[in-house]
Design a protein around this ligand. Structure first.
Ligand code: KG4
Ligand code: ZN
Length: 346
């Protein structure tokens, strides 16, 4: 019988990671902290016709892709199923039907191989991606988290614990990028297209900063910024003016990202921490990466950024967080369910 209490913990396990929370079906293999492979089959092109992710299309696409993506990950890692010590899988947060495909597949594998199942919080996966870049990286450090659902500056205290130093009080940064993309008539996925358009523009449009002034604690807000962009576009349309979309994209990018960079570096200084890391889809933004790297250099801080492909959804980050949970002996039982929402700290 499958008995989670019977599993022994190895110091440098081979872990298969599986991710299916949104529109990417992904699998990756790590050995200890070393990344051996990372594969993604995306349904983004199919989704872009609808201007966003259609949950049912995502679930069906995962069902078709999950076996193939796991097979590819094992093959490119040159690892057999019998070499795997644990299966780490995203159990939330995300689209329920999409999550259930990866979770059920992972349960089946763990059961048939009689190895631990490790249930990973997707956002903790984004935070763990930095460990794949630098073998020597260890807490404490300050982490900038910016994804489609979260925007926060964290004080990462240990491998499993962090303090939230500041976060958004409304929309997440990625959500704002996606909404601005839509109002500028850019295709899904929006964030990267806003970044591309911004490259041809200049920071000339006055927009509210994403930093909330006079708040009792550090707070960001993206709802006002997003509305200001929508208003600027509508006013120009009503007046029959030709809109300089690249300038709007560039100005939005500055207003959205500059406060995140500034506050992240300030937090590192005030907490006397010498390393800064980052995670989440928005960290794939080239302007953010350059700005954060330069600000850290200026402040004498070490800046560890996951490669762009490990900032957006992938399974390498799930395997990386799986390793932390595995080493803590946090194994899931086979009746674990998927969760559409999970608090940041869980
Ligand atoms: O972390 P992620 O892949 O999924 C979540 O867990 O939320 O983040 C997706 C978000 C989307 O809102 C997307 O627009 C944004 O990350 N994003 C970007 C870029 N690439 C992805 N935002 C700005 N610039 C980018 N290059
Ligand atoms: Zn994500």
């Amino acid at each position: 019988m499958y008995n989670i209490k019977s599993f022994k913990i190895k110091s440098s396990p081979v872990i298969l990671g599986i991710e299916s929370s949104c529109d990417e079906t992904a699998a990756a293999v790590i050995s200890g902290r070393k990344l051996l492979s990372s594969e993604i089959i995306s349904s983004a092109a199919e989704q872009s016709v609808y201007g966003g992710v259609v949950p049912e299309i995502a679930s069906r696409a995962h069902t078709e892709a999950v076996d193939e993506v796991v097979t590819r990950a094992l093959k490119s890692a040159n690892v057999a199923l019998s070499d795997i010590d644990a299966v780490a899988v995203t159990y939330g947060a995300g689209l329920l039907g999409a999550l259930l495909v990866g979770l059920s597949f992972a349960k089946g594998l763990a059961y048939s191989l009689n190895i631990p199942l490790v249930a990973v919080n997707h956002i903790r996966g984004h935070l763990a991606a930095a460990y794949l870049v630098a073998e020597d990286l260890k807490p404490p450090f300050i982490t900038l988290l910016a994804s489609g659902g979260h925007t926060a500056v964290l004080h990462t205290l240990t491998y499993t614990d962090f303090e939230v130093l500041g976060e958004t009080c409304d929309d997440a940064a990625g959500e704002a990028f996606d909404k601005v993309a839509r109002v500028l008539g850019l295709a899904y996925p929006g964030g990267v297209n806003v970044e591309r358009l911004a490259r041809d523009g200049q920071n000339t449009v006055k927009l509210p900063s994403a930093l909330v002034k006079n708040a009792t604690c550090m707070q960001f807000s993206y709802s006002g910024l997003k509305t200001a962009v929508i208003n600027a576009v509508h006013h120009a349309e009503q007046k029959g003016e030709v809109l300089n979309k690249p300038n709007i994209a560039c100005s939005f990018q500055h207003a959205a990202i500059d406060p995140l960079v500034k506050k992240t570096v300030e937090c590192a200084k005030s907490r006397n921490v010498s390393t800064v890391t980052a995670g989440g889809g928005v960290i794939a933004n080239g302007y953010l990466r350059d700005a954060l790297t330069k600000a850290c250099q200026k402040a004498g801080l070490r800046c560890v950024l996951p490669e762009k492909r490990y900032c957006t959804d992938n399974a390498a980050m799930i395997a990386a967080e799986g390793l932390t949970q595995y080493l803590c002996g946090n194994f899931a039982s086979l009746d674990i369910n998927a969760a559409a929402r999970i608090p940041l700290k869980k």
